[in-house]
Design a protein around this ligand. Structure first.
Ligand SMILES: Cc1cc2nc3c(=O)[nH]c(=O)nc-3n(C[C@H](O)[C@H](O)[C@H](O)COP(=O)(O)O)c2cc1C
Length: 365
């Protein structure tokens, strides 16, 4: 059974990931993984860091002569920004002067900052924010590059697009080819509708001017998924539950929806369920409101998963917080930050969905 773990701090030496349980003989292209990493670095709402980092993966183990060898795969993405941090992220002990120069005492609302120091009893918020940062998703995306290449050998493809930013929402029809094409046609917003994309971009520019932030919705499809993945028999093997857990773990995701999800709860059953047809020895549906899963099991239709990102927590007009040393009100710390993560978060959703589907396939095999 495959599983993966990530490690690394935002301004530490690098982000690492170990994937255990990948079968031997899967062809792996490092260029493919680097192309995935590049997708996470593009987008209209990005902050300054993307101009410092150009992420590239270094594979340390588990791949030989372009193929997996059945051993744990370990990979690292070095943080190019680390050298600018001097001793502030040093592994070795440092003087109080160095420690104080890196110390943060004003926890940012909406981040793990306050909850994290309360959990561990820290007097420096940096111990929390360095790991809670979504820089961690770099490692997930690298892992996703492996899972996606495995899925391609099974005829399964995954892609995402920006369905909504702020209150601007796509309402036109589209298919999987339209979704895939957004990486080429609209790398900044990744929207299937050019007019909506312009509106979304303007909205992000306005939020940037107002020193505010925006959330939105990413929709991810997996096509070519065979029926029968997941299980209806136990709560912890239902594929919809596993997808929800994986997607909800993405930083700033506050809701996960499969198929018509939220909308269907306000409709009648006759408007929601997908009638079953049969042709050429195959079952099929004319609609896919179930989003490819019924009873926790894939039904052969594309998986359709939406994640709802809240607006970014770091505000350039910071909210009030309490200094953990003085206990006096102060402004929240501002670490360099994005305005809207939605366009570049799509590839993170893809990586997590790729993981769940790859795992379910290997369990079935
Ligand atoms: C790709 C990506 C990039 C992110 N970049 C930022 C950022 O620049 N600034 C920020 O405040 N939050 C950013 N976030 C969200 C925070 O990491 C997240 O809101 C925070 O860790 C608290 O976790 P929670 O929102 O899941 O509760 C990003 C999220 C993703 C998926």
């Amino acid at each position: 059974m495959i599983r993966f773990l990530t490690a690394g701090e935002s301004h530490g030496k690098g982000l690492t990931v170990i994937i255990d349980g990948m079968p031997a003989g899967i062809p792996i292209s490092i260029d493919f993984i680097n192309a995935e990493l590049a997708k996470r670095q593009k987008g209209a709402g990005s902050g300054g860091r993307m101009s410092i980092e150009k992420d590239e993966v270094e594979v340390l183990s588990g791949i030989r002569f372009g193929k997996t060898i059945g051993s744990p795969i370990s990979m690292i993405i070095w943080n190019k920004d680390h050298k600018n941090w001097g001793d502030k992220m040093s592994v070795e002990d440092q003087s109080d002067e160095v420690k104080d120069s890196a110390r943060i005492t004003a926890p940012r609302p909406g981040h793990a900052d306050l909850a994290g120091i309360q959990k561990h009893g820290f007097d420096d918020v940096r111990n929390v924010l360095e790991r809670a940062s979504a820089r961690e998703t770099t490692a997930r995306v690298a892992a996703g590059g492996i899972f996606k290449q495995f899925l391609l050998t099974k005829g399964i493809e995954i892609a995402s697009h920006t369905l909504q930013i702020g209150d601007i929402k796509v309402d036109s029809e589209y298919d999987f080819e339209d979704i895939k094409a957004t990486y080429e046609k609209d790398p900044e917003i990744r929207c299937v509708d050019a007019a909506k994309s312009r509106e979304m971009k303007q909205l992000i520019q306005n939020a940037r001017m107002d020193k505010d932030t925006l959330g939105g919705v990413v929709e991810t499809w997996a096509v070519g998924v065979p029926p029968g993945l997941g299980d209806y028999a136990q709560w912890d093997t239902k594929l919809d539950g596993l997808i929800a857990q994986a997607m909800m773990s993405i930083q700033s995701v506050k809701a996960v929806e499969i198929g018509a999800g939220v909308k269907s709860s306000g409709q009648r059953g006759s408007e929601v369920h997908d009638a079953i047809h049969h042709r050429d020895n195959q079952y099929y549906r004319k609609t896919n409101r179930a989003g490819g899963i019924e009873g926790g099991v894939t039904n052969g239709m594309p998986l359709v998963v939406r994640v709802y990102h809240k607006p970014i927590s770091t505000l350039y007009n910071p909210l009030q917080t309490i200094d953990i040393e003085t206990k006096h009100p102060t402004e929240a710390t501002v670490e360099r930050s994005d305005i809207c993560v939605v366009p570049r978060a799509g590839v993170v959703s893809e990586a997590m969905l790729a993981y769940v589907v790859a795992r379910a396939i290997l369990l079935k095999l």
